[in-house]
Design a protein around this ligand. Structure first.
Ligand code: ADP
Length: 449
């Protein structure tokens, strides 16, 4: 208020000087009139001066208020300065709010869920790109559009109209790709926050889990039913010694079948639940294949020609028990499905890029093309009764595929009906080591019968 006293003094001085000038210049017979006119002129001059300064300030306020307010001295100067300061503070707080809003929107944008904000009339206020993707919207073009005009899935429309948002609703993905879970929440003045989540994968794995449990139950129940039947027979019927032995053999087979199934299930669970095998444990192929070969010979019982490479020097990095289980599964399958007199050959080669390929080829019945993509599914069998008759669980190839993947490799199946099949396990170069004596490791194989 430094301007207040000088301003009053200036006003009084101007009136005195004006009055004095009026007295000197004015008529001598009416000195009071001269003083009054002089004083009035001085006040008018101050008013004009003030008006000009006020006009400059208003002009600045009417404009974009860029730069400084007019820097006049006194009352107008302080008024201009204070208004300018308030404006700048206001601008700063708006900028801060804008930044906060943009950070908030970036956080919503980064959300793993689709997020959509609707006003009281269900018009889209904002949506993140995931929600736009889920509902097939354009975040810019569809702003202020009524969402139910754009997303017409009956389940979604009914959900929004019902106003009951305690539970999420499931609706078909408008892109036709799967299923969305949508949950709405009310906020503010009857506005709605709509969260969406793509649950296609979850539904798929739920249904796979259900199928798996159903399959396991079925697989266990079948031998169990047979066993129960035999037990009843033994309890209720007077069997001869020969019959009793025969029933016991059949019972053992069923019990073994259940045992194999449980052991395959445990292997699968272990493969899924344990960390990937490290690549610093080297497994020599020679003893591994020797073990596979001796098991296969027992299974074949001389019915097939079995060719297995000998004297290999190569090594594979990984888990010995898993590699053994994968190769044994492939060779045993070949033995089980190839009719008597057929040939089964195991080969190993190091490819030009350093990758290692272990192949099991048989001259069995082959597999029709339409079955090939599904062979590694759990419990998938081309011929169910054949598989069960030969002690199969339907889990073998799915174990092999898991093992290959856990070792960074893959399982490739080629087959022709009537001619035979080749199952190739390809391991990446980083997991293959060719030993010193591996003179090309070129299938020094011997045939055994
Ligand atoms: P299974 O225990 O039934 O053999 P797998 O997962 O090992 O289960 O194999 C799946 C299916 O693939 C088998 O049921 C069989 O029909 C087919 N299959 C596997 N290996 C061979 C093979 N060498 N020759 C012909 N069919 C095969």
């Amino acid at each position: 208020m430094t301007w207040l006293l000088p301003r009053i003094l200036a006003g009084v001085m101007a009136m005195l000087i004006g009055g004095l000038a009026g007295l000197v210049i004015g008529r001598s017979d009416a000195p009071t009139l001269g003083v009054m006119i002089g004083g009035a002129c001085a006040v008018a001059a101050i008013a004009v001066f003030d008006t000009l300064r006020g006009y400059r300030l208003i002009n600045w306020l009417r404009g974009s208020q860029e730069g400084q307010a007019p820097r006049d001295a006194g009352f107008w100067g302080e008024l201009g300065y204070r208004i300018e300061r308030l404006l700048r503070l206001h601008e700063q707080s708006i900028a801060r709010e804008r930044m906060r809003l943009s950070q908030f929107l970036s956080a919503m944008e980064a959300s793993p869920n689709g997020v959509m904000l609707l006003d009281a009339g269900d018009q889209i206020e904002w949506c993140n790109s995931l929600a736009a993707d889920h509902f097939g919207l354009d975040p810019q073009r569809d702003k202020r559009q009524r969402v139910t005009n754009l997303v017409r899935a009956p389940a979604f429309v009914a959900y929004l109209q019902s106003g009951e948002f305690d539970e999420p609703v499931h609706m078909p993905d408008p892109r036709g790709k799967g299923t969305l879970s949508v949950q709405a929440r009310r906020y503010g003045d009857d506005m709605k926050l709509v969260l969406s989540q793509d649950i296609t994968e979850r539904e798929r794995s739920d249904s796979m889990r259900r199928d798996f449990v159903a399959n396991v139950s079925h697989e266990i129940r079948t031998p169990l039913t047979v066993l129960t039947g035999f037990i009843e027979t033994m309890v209720n019927l007077p069997l001869t010694e020969v019959e009793r032995k025969r029933v016991l053999v059949l019972m053992t087979q069923q019990a073994q079948r259940m045992g194999t199934l449980v052991s395959d299930l445990l292997t699968l669970a272990q493969l899924e639940g344990s960390p990937r095998p490290t690549s610093d444990r080297w497994v020599a192929l020679k003893p591994l294949l020797a073990q596979v070969e001796s098991e296969a010979k027992v299974l074949s019982a001389g019915r097939h020609t079995l060719v297995v490479p000998q004297n290999l020097e190569s090594q594979l990095a990984g888990a010995q028990n898993e590699l053994l289980s994968a190769i044994t599964n492939l060779v045993n399958n070949a033995v089980r499905y190839t009719p008597e007199g057929g040939r089964i050959e195991v080969t190993w080669k190091v490819l030009s890029d350093g990758a290692g390929e272990l192949a099991v080829t048989d001259t069995g019945p082959g597999i029709a093309r339409e079955h090939l993509p599904r062979l590694t599914e759990r419990f998938y069998r081309v011929d169910g009764s054949r598989s069960r008759d030969t002690g199969g669980t339907g889990l073998g190839l799915s174990i092999v595929k898991h093992v290959a993947q856990r070792h960074g490799g893959e399982l490739d199946i080629r087959s022709e009906v009537g001619k035979g099949s080749t199952f190739r396990l390809v391991f990446p170069a980083a997991r293959v080591r060719v030993g010193s004596g591996a003179v090309a490791d070129a299938n020094v194989a011997v045939a055994v019968r």
